[in-house]
Write a protein that binds this ligand. Sequence first.
Ligand SMILES: [Zn+2]
Length: 332
Amino acid sequence: MIIEEFMEIWDFLQQTLSGKVPIIKCNENTFLKWKWWDEGVLELIPHNNITQQTMVISCGLHGNETAPVEMLNKVLNTLIHGKQPLYFHLLVILGNPAALRIGKRFVDYDINRLFGINCYKMDKHQENRRAKQLEEVIKEFWKNSAKKIRWHIDLHTALRRSYHTNFGILPLKKDMYSKNFLDWLTAAGLEALVFQSMSSNTFTNFSCEIFNSNSCTLELGTAKPFGKNNLAQINITYIALSRLLSYGTILKQFNIIPQHYRVTQQLIKLSKKFVLHMSNNTLNFTSFRQNTLLAEDGLTRYFVQQDHEYIIFPNPNVSIGQRAGLMLKIEE
Ligand SMILES: [Zn+2]
């Protein structure tokens, strides 16, 4: 049964921010049926489910990164209100509703450093419980699926300004990333793709490592509160996402071909003595010459090893044990 009056008003983002369980947990329209799994987790199944590909799209892991949350919700509204068809079996995740409600990066701890680890000391953190829940959600979504082409797109905004405004981080993968996936990232307006060379504890690393999915963390512009975002700045990503989800199409006339980078080293904050030798205003993808002292931490010193290396996410204020920056080289 299609409950049309209800479909007119239901909004997944507002429902999630309310913190309430929805009165109606599943519904359908001409193109699809949807099912609310849990807070911030929604499954959409096309009636005409012909492709071998399934998709997970997440956003809002960091509660202050609201532009992609608003963008994804806009796409989602066209789907759940039956204005556009759905091409893929899709799982949508709002990663950290508690942090989204207070507009902060996290409540207790950065959730995007907590996937794929078991640490009983962290159980008191709400983000640790949420990360474990999201791991189970992904396992449940993919464990019974005969469809073997898996994509996971995790949408973020960066904390600082950048020489490449929109870029993606791709976790270390057992085999090659599919050409279609890389083409879609290009169509989505990414100016740089950063290929990880080691495992990490991000959400996309988890999906890629466990399910060998084509996974990417997208960094789109800079973080602003709800209502303050200029979605026109990420319109190219919105269009690419909307076309992909509704028709499975990837526009292949690219304005920009993204620069490829490979991670060379991580600057790990080992103790309170950690000092990062660069200004607070350092832009992402700033270049440093070989032998430049980047950071020191007691007797440990981090130097540029390649001819040139480029930094992303420099942040000396992370917790001890976390990365305070990632160094990259250009991949020829
Ligand atoms: Zn983020």
